[in-house]
Design a protein around this ligand. Structure first.
Ligand SMILES: Cc1cc2nc3c(=O)[nH]c(=O)nc-3n(C[C@H](O)[C@H](O)[C@H](O)COP(=O)(O)OP(=O)(O)OC[C@H]3O[C@@H](n4cnc5c(N)ncnc54)[C@H](O)[C@@H]3O)c2cc1C
Length: 392
């Protein structure tokens, strides 16, 4: 016999836990499921932009390992420059800590959190766990990440995906790690449609890079080269792991009847920065709001979630796709702009802090945006023709 809930959230990453938190805080009976035993790690740089930190109704201080005020940008493994901002830009955490903490917050306001509970089957709003247990709800929130089961179970097409590889440089074994405390490193102009990064944590630095799927076979070699270039011993990197970064196209499905896809399950990663935690949280919150309307009898399905994402998130993703195409066709002028223009750097920092957005920036350039749009379309077509982007 099926156990009944108001809402079931599948996946306890940032998207799922944010959704479960809001629903439970509003008084709904929520089941939050994850297939992994928590705390669990996940391939991720663990950089949380201030724009994402600010979305949460609680502080991330308990899981913050470094606070970032500085960007050290390297161009094509060669020259480097550094910019500092007078306010925090991001925090660095580890996903094993962040995700366990966020699931705990959801449980703290009343969500029933069950880890080590993989969902095997989904039929409408009825789900079956690997254990054979059956649960039913008024609404399902699919927050099951890049390799989730729900999209597949509903017969939806796979999303386009970037690829990334990362490893850790322990501070006690790699002296170069001492250089990194309040600065993150970005390496631009080498990875096709991507970049490299150094993200400092408490006891290690996370070093990684990612890009278009065509870069997949070169990732190992490129990571070693980049790590060496930043004076890490590439052959001593630990915990090497790779993963996909799913990216939605403007018409990719966001819901199906009473199931909403959030975060990576909806491909809501920013294609320019590869940042996905912020949109996972925000989409989880929007899905919780739409599920609340279903529970209150104000809506029959989760189409309200789709409208909310198209209003709040998609406009920025649209501009990010344009910027991504333009940047990667000819990175050099943009890197120079970031290096030389204080105005550009400040605009970048304001976006990272959630005080502005790509679309607000675009609105400021007035009719010039049509020129950007046309140039981006051309750049996008050229990049796609170069076979960097194919559905994996
Ligand atoms: C190498 C790499 C580096 C990255 N670095 C950053 C970064 O520094 N900053 C940033 O903002 N973003 C980063 N991202 C993107 C970020 O990791 C994701 O966008 C983010 O984790 C999405 O959150 P989510 O809640 O949608 O999904 P996830 O965090 O992937 O969570 C999905 C959850 O669903 C669970 N699940 C899956 N299937 C089932 C099932 N059948 N039953 C039950 N549970 C299931 C999984 O166990 C998992 O816990 C990076 C991605 C990669 C690959």
């Amino acid at each position: 016999m099926a156990q009944r809930w108001d809402a079931i959230v599948i996946g306890a990453g940032p998207g799922g836990s944010a959704a479960a938190y809001d629903l439970a805080a509003a008084g709904a009976r929520v089941l939050l499921l994850d297939r992994a035993r928590f705390p669990r790690d996940k391939p991720c740089g663990g950089g949380v932009l201030l724009s994402a930190v600010r979305l949460l109704p609680y502080s991330l201080d308990p899981v913050t390992e470094q606070t970032i005020t500085t960007f050290r940008v390297r161009y094509q493994r060669r020259w480097q420059f550094e910019h500092r901002y007078h306010e925090p830009l991001a925090i660095m955490t580890q996903r094993s800590r962040l995700d366990a903490f966020m699931a705990e917050q959801a449980a703290g306001v009343g969500a029933e959190f069950r880890d080590a509970s993989p969902v095997r089957q989904i039929d409408g709003t009825t789900i079956t766990l690997a254990s054979g247990d059956v649960h039913e709800a008024e609404a399902i929130i699919a927050a099951d990440g890049a390799n989730g089961v729900v999209r597949r179970a509903l017969g939806l097409p796979r999303l386009r995906a970037a690829v990334a590889l990362e490893g850790n440089a322990p501070r006690d074994r790699q002296s170069a790690a001492q250089r990194w405390t309040d600065a993150v490193g970005l390496e631009l102009g080498t990875m096709p449609s991507g970049y490299g990064w150094v993200f400092p944590k408490g006891d290690h630095c996370n070093v990684g890079l990612g890009g278009a799927p065509a870069a997949g076979p070169t990732l190992r070699h490129e990571l070693a080269d980049y790590a060496d270039c930043e004076s890490f011993a590439s052959d001593a990197l630990t915990d090497l792991r790779g993963h996909h970064l799913p990216l939605r196209d403007s018409d990719s499905a966001l819901f199906h009847d009473r199931t909403a896809f959030v975060g990576d399950a909806a491909g809501l990663i920013d294609p320019l920065s590869g940042e996905g935690i912020g949109n996972a949280i925000r989409s989880g919150q929007l899905a919780a709001e739409a599920a609340g309307s279903v529970l209150a009898g104000r809506a029959d399905d989760l189409s309200g979630y789709r409208s909310a994402v198209l209003r709040e998130i998609e406009p920025d993703l649209h501009v990010a796709r344009q910027l991504q195409a333009l940047f990667h066709l000819t990175p050099w002028p943009y890197v120079q702009l970031l290096r030389r223009s204080n105005r550009f750097w400040t605009a970048f920092c304001r976006i990272v802090r959630g005080e502005s957005s790509y679309s607000r920036l675009q609105a400021q350039i007035g009719p010039g945006k049509y020129l950007v749009e046309a140039a981006a379309n051309l750049a996008d077509r050229r990049l796609r023709r170069s076979a960097r982007w194919q559905t994996d």
